[in-house]
Design a protein around this ligand. Structure first.
Ligand SMILES: *[C@@H]1O[C@H](CO)[C@@H](O)[C@H](O)[C@H]1NC(C)=O
Length: 293
């Protein structure tokens, strides 16, 4: 009897491992509340803002979503919606649409950037994953990163180097500014870029995307349609042929170097009217991304 129940318990434990990768903070009183935190990463003090869902439950494995700021940016511009105060901007438009089902984190880059020298910003990401997973209940197969410009470049770097720790990234108007150490593993990838981007041009954005076209086994997106200049719209295309669980998606818009692109008749950039947050959320919550890798 004792042996039989141990066996059942053992199998149940194995089954749990197979369906979820809950962090050590699960089932415990949370030790992290919303606000600004400082942690020591290899001797450097690093800061981040965290937003814990309302009605947080310690037995529910939450998504963990990082929103990375642009060059010269501040974490508050991601967590508070920048200068606009519009809810459509919060965490790149993801906070509202997530409806309290995700933990959001806006880390602060040193000197307002993500040079990731010697992998230092990746070590910061690793340290936050660990700290947050210990203090809150995180579903560890459901970590995501999104960022604009330098923050998009850092999200790309995460895709290159931390594909095993992250489920998907969304790179808005990114370039290769934070490096790409490794860069051979598959990970779900959503690239977003303006055809008129004069800061980090769309050709560079296509190249970043194409790394994951290759890694994820997708068919070439060389012929993916992009909007014409003056159309004031965007075109989102899903790559075909990708390995299940490793989709690639590409959204090109008729705009410049902006984070919250919107179609006409809204202005070119408009938090409330932007499709970026809702489309990034739809990508992150694709059913094929809901199961452990
Ligand atoms: C948000 O979630 C709550 C609780 O699950 C639900 O009742 C509500 O309808 C949701 N709101 C939206 C806008 O989806």
């Amino acid at each position: 009897m004792l042996i039989a129940s141990s066996l059942v318990l053992g199998l149940a434990t194995l089954a749990n491992v197979a369906v979820a990768a809950l962090s050590s903070g699960c089932g415990k009183a949370p030790t992290i509340t919303s606000g600004i935190k400082t942690i020591n990463v290899g001797g450097t003090q690093r800061q981040f803002t965290i937003r814990v869902p309302q009605n947080y439950q310690n037995n529910k494995g939450y998504k963990l979503i990082y929103g990375l700021h642009w060059v010269g940016g501040r974490m508050e511009q991601v967590s508070n919606g920048g200068d606009t105060g519009s809810r459509g901007w919060l965490y790149y438009g993801l906070q509202v649409v997530a409806n309290e089902t995700a933990i959001f984190v806006a880390p602060q880059g040193l000197n307002g950037g993500w040079p990731n020298s010697g992998g230092s910003d990746l070590k910061f990401i690793d340290a936050m994953n660990s700290y947050i997973g210990n203090g809150l209940c995180v579903e560890q197969s459901q970590r995501f990163a999104i960022g604009f410009s330098y923050g998009g470049s850092m999200s790309y770097s995460i895709a290159c180097s931390r594909a095993k720790d992250f489920r998907a990234v969304a790179v808005i108007a990114g370039g290769q500014l934070s490096g790409c150490d490794g860069g051979n593993d598959p990970i779900a990838y959503f690239g977003i870029h303006g055809i008129k981007d004069g800061t980090l041009n769309i050709g560079g954005g296509r190249s970043l995307r194409d790394r994951f076209i290759k890694n994820n086994g997708c068919s070439s997106m060389a012929g993916a349609k992009e909007p014409t200049s003056g159309s004031r719209k965007h075109i989102t295309t899903a790559a075909t042929g990708c390995k299940t669980g490793y989709p690639v998606q590409w959204a090109a818009h008729d705009g410049g170097h902006i984070q919250a692109a919107a179609d006409a008749p809204a202005p070119e950039e408009n938090g409330a009217a932007s499709w970026v947050g809702p489309e990034a959320w739809a990508f992150f919550t694709k059913p094929e991304l809901s199961t452990p890798k």
